[in-house]
Design a binder for this molecule. Structure first.
Ligand SMILES: [Zn+2]
Ligand SMILES: [Zn+2]
Length: 277
């Protein structure tokens, strides 16, 4: 099975002519499918796809990693170019009223920035599932990720608003995509809000495949303590990860630590990065 992963949008760009924007969007071509995982924050994914010569109308499924704006906000731009019906797979909680509230700052809305009907009128049909969804014989969404490690915690500045009140967001909608390949599992992360290691352990359990060959996407280590970094790196090494393309909410300080730990096996996965696995 040939597997090609192209990052359409990320916080940084790999070359001139591409846009960078806080968020992520990754095109997965495998198993005779073209699956778009997240859509970036606004028009960067659509713009970069055109710049990279990618025909968006060929995409047959879109998956949302969670409801935050930087992953969902590009959908309408993508749909306008696709001009075709497409299934959008996500957890029902993407539609929760999501906020960030930093100390001494006002709350900010960071949920899906359009009504569901706006996407439906452009051809999206939502398949909302808390369970894993098999997208092909070898590609599956994670569904809800159990939190098993002691050291991975959900960011305390993230909330949902219910009846006018902010409550900590459990991020049940946080999902990844798992691909079974001959080399082992390939894990594509959105933000890994429920923990990168929790997500990897869940991937092994769900697919029954132990070796983890590649991990690509946001790892949400930007506020990780050095203790958590050490434990995370030790587990990643014990999984035998051979390609680590951390980006987005990994944050540059954590990315440099990972780059040191993984040497040649690390790459910074920015907009325009294309890898064949
Ligand atoms: Zn997020
Ligand atoms: Zn994000």
């Amino acid at each position: 099975m040939s597997i090609q992963i192209t990052t359409l949008s990320e916080n940084t760009a790999s070359r001139m002519g591409l846009l960078a924007e806080w968020g992520i969007s990754i095109l997965i071509e495998a198993d005779n499918h073209k699956i778009l995982f997240d859509t970036g924050q606004s028009f960067s994914a659509a713009y970069n796809a055109i710049a990279l010569g990618i025909d968006l109308s060929q995409i047959d499924k879109i998956v949302f990693s969670h409801g935050h704006t930087d992953h969902t906000g590009g959908l309408l731009h993508i749909l306008k170019i696709m001009k075709t019906q497409v299934e959008v797979i996500a957890h029902p909680d993407i539609w929760a009223a999501k906020y960030v509230k930093r100390p001494e700052r006002r709350e900010e809305y960071i949920g899906v920035p359009f009504p569901k009907e706006a996407a439906e009128s452009l051809g999206a049909s939502f398949r909302l599932s808390k369970e894993p969804v098999w997208l092909s014989e070898n590609i599956v969404t994670s569904g809800e990720v159990p939190m098993l490690t002691e050291y991975e915690k959900i960011d305390s500045i993230l909330y949902v608003k219910e009846q006018g009140e902010l409550k900590p967001d459990p991020l049940w909608d946080d999902q990844a995509i798992f691909i079974k390949s001959e080399k082992g599992l390939i894990i594509i992360l959105g933000c890994a809000h429920r923990g990168i290691i929790n997500t990897l352990r869940h991937a092994q359990k769900l697919t029954g495949v132990e070796p983890i060959y590649a991990v690509i996407g946001g790892t949400h280590l930007m506020a990780a303590s050095s203790g958590r970094m050490d434990l995370t790196i030790a587990e990643l090494l014990s999984f035998g990860v051979q390609r680590l393309g951390a980006c987005h909410c990994t944050g540059l300080p954590a990315a440099t630590i990972l780059a040191q730990a993984f040497g040649e096996n690390f790459f910074f996965n920015n907009a325009g990065t294309r890898i064949n696995l």
